[in-house]
Design a protein around this ligand. Sequence first.
Ligand code: NI
Length: 259
Amino acid sequence: MIFESHAHYDDKAFDFDREKVLALCKEQGIETIVNVSASLQSIKSTLALAENYDFIYAAVGIHPDEVGELNEETFAWMRKQCEHPKAVAVGEIGLDYYWDKEGHETQKYWFCKQLDMAKELARPVIIHSREAAADTLEVLKEAQMPKGRVVLHCFSYTIEMAQEYLNMGYYIGIGGVVTFKNAKKLKEVVKMVPLERILLETDCPYLAPEPNRGKRNSSLNLPYVVEAIAQLKGIDPEEVIDTTNNNARRFYLKEGRQG
Ligand code: NI
């Protein structure tokens, strides 16, 4: 059974058929979903989804593009939401110098504050990092996040950078991009990273894998990602599914860490 470690089912792209898609996911072997928030509004809608579906869990955090929403008051509110029984992680948080919607210092300030919050609450962290490789590494090194409690979601950097994060004990999130013909760098990363350190994700509704590239993505496309990883590593797709499921349970869920 597949563990979907990063989805945005509260996105408006699912407003017309959310229930249908989620019912199909359950039917087609998607065992668990972590829905990831990005803004104050999406923290509310993510927690609502987690309350309505037993197989959906929530990540609570503010994306670097949205940190303009944060101040002492909204931060305190967010921190409170992390105590929800189905809030299993802090995310997605990080740095985005591609869209560059907020100043770098502002992004770094709230990134650090949210990392501290995750440490205090003993929650794992989902990192969003785009065109900010050096600064992301620097912030994470300084924050001294515990081993095994950080995932670099939708990893898009070099094999050397992946090795740095593996040395720090982090996980690497792999999604639809690995199926793209031009994703040579990522394919090399996937070959190198031990399967025990990979989390399977879609980032849906974005980043649909081949052969559905460009269309709305959903967890139903995860078998294409599984197939691509299995081929690159020369192993059975079942092994990819089982190992990444165990990885994600260990990362997100308490019961995954016992035994
Ligand atoms: Ni995302």
